[in-house]
Design a protein around this ligand. Structure first.
Ligand code: 2PG
Length: 229
């Protein structure tokens, strides 16, 4: 039996301010740091350690991972950072307050933008500073890979190839894997691992800073999952 740990980063400053975040590289809030420390304490209590880590290109996920690895005295393990694990790119909604946006466009429309797997949020234009083509960290992405906006279906389409090509080989070699990522990149992965329908994934909410264990069989099919406490 194989075990992997998924963790959504601790609360970010935009989570705290109730803003659409996406690929905006905001830091953890003070509460987010505390959540990451708590996650480390829980993992330590249950004797978890890791051989390899995967995270996004965004500091809230990277710092959550580092806080955990530091407290487990495992900062030395190989660590792969990839845009494939980034949060869903929220397009022109990034930075806007969620409550104000609901007042402007209606709660139903905002709910669809947030949770309907096939509803695409408004796009950014290429001259917008939020467009990833204007950020040097994404210089190696092809024009087709650079999003103007993403729905969950688009996010799944870039998370799963990375899962199959980079994470599955590590798990298959019995390496102990931790993935520090985001609400929607983890939702994408969990939809796949749990065979969730679009309706089921719409209802799935992943708490910040809570280590989530997936037990997988030798064919990497899910046996069960649970949050560590
Ligand atoms: O703003 C975001 O990027 C995400 C995660 O915080 O929000 P939501 O839960 O609306 O998808």
């Amino acid at each position: 039996m194989k075990k992997i740990v998924l963790i959504r980063h601790g609360q970010s400053i935009y989570n705290q301010e109730n803003r659409f975040t996406g690929w905006t590289d905001v830091d953890l809030s003070e509460k987010g740091y505390q959540e990451a420390k708590k996650a480390a304490e829980i993992l330590k209590k249950h004797d978890y350690n890791f051989d390899i880590a995967f995270t996004s290109l965004l500091k809230r996920a990277i710092k959550t991972l580092h806080i955990i690895l530091e407290d487990l005295d495992h900062l030395w393990i190989p660590e792969y950072k990839t845009w494939h694990l980034n949060e869903r790119f929220y397009g022109a909604l990034q930075g806007l307050n969620k409550a104000e946006t609901a007042e402007k466009y209606g709660a139903e429309q905002v709910y669809k933008w947030r949770r309907d797997p096939d509803e695409e949020p408004p796009q950014v234009t290429k001259d917008d500073e939020r467009y990833p083509g204007n950020d040097s960290r994404y210089h190696n992405l092809s024009p087709e890979q650079l999003p103007l906006s993403e729905n969950l279906t688009d996010t799944i389409a870039r998370v799963l190839p990375f899962w199959n090509e980079s994470i599955v080989p590590a798990i298959s070699k019995n390496e102990k894997v931790i993935i520090s990522a985001h609400g929607n990149s983890l939702r994408a992965l969990i939809k796949y691992l749990d065979h969730l329908s679009n309706e089921e994934v719409t209802a799935l909410e992943i708490p910040t800073g809570s280590p989530l264990v997936y037990e997988l069989d030798d064919d990497l099919k899910k046996i069960r999952h649970y949050y560590l406490e």
